[in-house]
Design a protein around this ligand. Structure first.
Ligand code: HEC
Length: 127
């Protein structure tokens, strides 16, 4: 009985998130997580926290892949697809820099990444 209920709850929440996707809105939760992870990445790079920075940069790589797919499917948003891809590539470059203990290049890439957020918001974020 209990596990049946849990499965029902999971099924409903999957339906709900599928509904959000089909509404052609970029998930606000995803962007909020990107925001938090990006902040965490900056401080981990500043602290030369190799493990933390690697985990954050890997997560960002994955999330920007999702953003890229979103805009790719949405269509008519070539600029956003490019910016998402650029963000994904920068995040994955950071993983490499951190692995090589090159925190200077990681910092430069993280600064460029933050600028890319703002560029995309200027064009694609309403309000
Ligand atoms: C390819 C485009 C694109 C990139 C790159 C991008 N964003 Fe966004 N972001 C958006 C769009 C579009 C919205 C508006 C989503 C909505 O309201 O449905 C948004 C919304 C947000 C929000 C507001 C969420 C809320 O609660 O309303 C935050 C915070 C955010 N982005 C942070 C970031 C950060 C930090 C980065 C970079 C590390 C980033 N974004 C990169 C497109 C992008």
């Amino acid at each position: 009985m209990r596990s049946g209920k849990a499965i029902f709850v999971i099924a409903v929440s999957m339906l709900l998130s599928a509904g959000v996707r089909s509404a052609e809105e970029l998930s606000v939760d995803l962007m909020q997580t990107i925001e938090d992870t990006n902040k965490s990445l900056s401080s981990n790079i500043a602290l030369s926290n190799k493990q933390g920075a690697t985990a954050d940069a890997k997560e960002l790589t994955q999330m920007f892949a999702e953003v890229e797919t979103f805009f790719d499917h949405k269509g008519d948003a070539k600029n956003a697809v490019d910016l998402a891809k650029q963000s994904k590539d920068l995040s994955s470059e950071i993983v490499g820099y951190v692995a090589a203990n090159n925190f200077e290049s990681a910092t430069t890439a993280a600064t460029t990444l933050s600028r890319t957020c703002r560029t995309c918001h200027t064009f694609y974020k309403k309000e």
